[in-house]
Design a protein. Structure first.
Length: 95
């Protein structure tokens, strides 16, 4: 990445339903989890072109994350956070 054009986009207030908790009772029903995502990018291409197709579209990333998380459960929020980060990083070479 070029240091002059490296930047990030923050997506605030992402709300997802996940099965999270230490006990089976806690994980029995999905709970709303709210978090922010910082996507670090190189904006050089979109700065030069002024074209939306040259930046990262974060909506499909959030939708894919929602679909992926619906099929799993977590005991610890730290593990959930790790899995979210790994999913996002796997979505684009630009992140």
């Amino acid at each position: 990445m070029n240091q002059d054009t490296e930047n990030f986009i923050t997506v605030h207030g992402v709300e997802l339903l996940v099965r999270l908790g230490c006990s089976a009772e806690e994980r029995a029903f999905p709970q709303k989890v709210v978090f922010d995502i910082d996507l670090f990018l190189d904006f050089e291409r979109c700065i030069k072109s002024d074209d939306i197709k040259d930046t990262v579209n974060y909506i499909p990333i959030i939708q894919g994350l929602q679909h992926t998380l619906a099929d799993s459960e977590w005991r610890m929020i730290e593990k959930l956070s790790w899995d979210i980060a790994q999913f996002i990083l796997g979505q684009s070479n630009d992140l």
